[in-house]
Write a protein that binds this ligand. Structure first.
Ligand code: HEC
Ligand SMILES: [Cu+2]
Length: 414
């Protein structure tokens, strides 16, 4: 550091306020109780938060911090317990600061050489040594007890009301309602223009999806998680749930949310270039609405099955194909079909996308291990694949005029 004054000034202006606010946030932490949420915040909470606002105005770094320093408002009982545990530990730390560091600072000040303090000349004091060993052990045990209890309850997925299998893919989530024949992909729905900075960013930028996970309020939902490629992590902060999805393994977790609403999260394990583009959105609805939703999903599946033999027009396939392409393929092959040289091949002018239809369908159904080209056979329906193949064969520089029907795809499935 060439300029110590500048460094100290930086610490004072930018780091110290954050540390102070974080510790004050701890005081505020214990106030907005999950149980009392509907009744609104207490008067105490309002007073402390207006104090913060005043404080923030006095210190420029805080005004910029948007008060995003606390844990999110808990939406599940589990998240509330995590919140309370965090608060408890913070208070214990605070007490230790008062009991240990404050006397230490006073002792250093009082016993300094310049005040001509004469040091005592003893060493070894068994009583003191026993005390300063036993007390910390008791404190640690006191902290380990509630922490262990909470971790055990986070792992307790027994007696769940429904089970949903969650599979991570580069870069989207698949949800499968076990025992209910409902299965769908959930893709980011943030428009490319917002990502590229051509349009202002929306309110839920990168935290919005085409099809959210829908679950009933007040019921214990068990998730079993795995991955089809690399490690992902399913994370919804307000639920207090963050669980790795690991290829070849099954892990489970659970949540129970009483308050209907939309809750958002994202993948929390660096999983490749699209890692920032795989949000999680959970729609918590009343059990009655959930039952209706389930019927609708089943009707959709039945309708798709009934349409299996149907033939589609070019325009229909192209417009559906564009949607499928944008959601599933554009992250690698790019919207303009030129790919990323050296990593993802161009589809515009590609031998496969302009050659035999069968080969084109096959690479999408089966992928090309071990490259990043995944098998989409299980992720996409025959209609989706027919549409995206038709789209790719007639888009950009590709002018094959080929029309691929769902039945053609079904015939290539093994
Ligand atoms: C994770 C990145 C990724 C995604 C997503 C992806 N691909 Fe690919 N794709 C690749 C890679 C890498 C290759 C090259 C494989 C190889 O080495 O032959 C490839 C190859 C292809 C080819 C053959 C191109 C050629 O000329 O060799 C086609 C066609 C294709 N992909 C279509 C699709 C379609 C359709 C989708 C969406 C349903 C899709 N891809 C999604 C990475 C991806
Ligand atoms: Cu991921």
């Amino acid at each position: 550091m060439q300029n110590v004054d500048e460094f100290l000034l930086h610490m004072w202006q930018n780091v110290a306020p954050l540390v102070i606010l974080k510790s004050m946030g701890g005081i505020n932490l214990s106030i907005p109780k999950y149980r009392d949420q509907r009744a609104g915040h207490s008067c105490w909470a309002r007073t402390t938060s207006s104090l913060f606002a005043l404080f923030a105005r006095l210190v420029p770094a805080l005004a910029r911090a948007d008060f995003a320093l606390n844990l999110p408002t808990p939406a599940s009982g589990l998240a509330q317990d995590i919140y309370d545990l965090h608060t408890l530990i913070l208070w214990i730390c605070f007490a230790i600061v008062l009991v240990v560091y404050l006397p230490m600072a006073i002792a250093i000040l009082k016993h300094r050489k310049s005040a001509d303090h004469q040091p005592a000349k003893f060493h070894d004091n068994l009583t003191v040594e026993i005390i300063w060993t036993v007390i910390p052990i008791l404190i640690l045990l006191g902290m380990a007890w509630p922490a262990t209890k909470l971790v055990a309850s986070m792992k307790d997925t027994s007696k769940s009301d429904l089970t949903i299998k969650v599979t991570g893919y580069q870069w989207k989530w698949e949800y499968e309602y076990l025992g209910d024949d409902i299965r769908f992909m959930s893709n980011s729905s943030t428009p490319k223009e917002q990502i590229d900075g051509e349009q202002p960013k929306g309110e839920h930028y990168l935290l919005e999806v085409d099809r959210p996970l829908v679950v009933p309020a007040g019921q214990k939902v068990r998730l079993v998680l795995t991955s089809s490629d690399v490690i992902h992590a399913w994370w919804v902060p307000a639920f207090g749930v963050k669980q790795d999805a690991i290829p070849g393994f099954i892990r489970d977790t659970w949540f129970k949310v009483d308050q209907p609403g939309t809750y958002r999260g994202q993948c929390a394990e660096l999983c490749g270039v699209g890692h920032g583009f795989m949000p999680v959105v959970v729609e918590v609805v009343s059990p009655e609405k959930f039952a209706v939703w389930k019927q609708e999903q089943k009707a959709l599946v039945a309708a798709a099955a009934a349409n299996a033999g149907k033939t589609y027009q070019m325009a229909e396939l192209q417009s559906l194909g564009e949607k499928v392409y944008t959601a599933n393929c554009a992250a690698c092959h790019q919207a303009n079909g030129v790919g990323i040289p050296g990593a993802f091949p161009a589809l515009s002018g590609s031998k496969i996308a302009t050659g035999e239809v069968a080969g084109h369908i096959d690479i999408i159904l089966n992928g090309k291990p071990p490259t990043a080209m995944a098998a989409f056979g299980k992720q996409l329906s025959d209609l989706d694949i027919a549409a995206v193949v038709t789209y790719e064969r007639n888009k950009w520089d590709n002018k094959t005029g080929d029309l691929v029907q769902p039945a053609d795809v079904a015939a290539r499935r093994k």
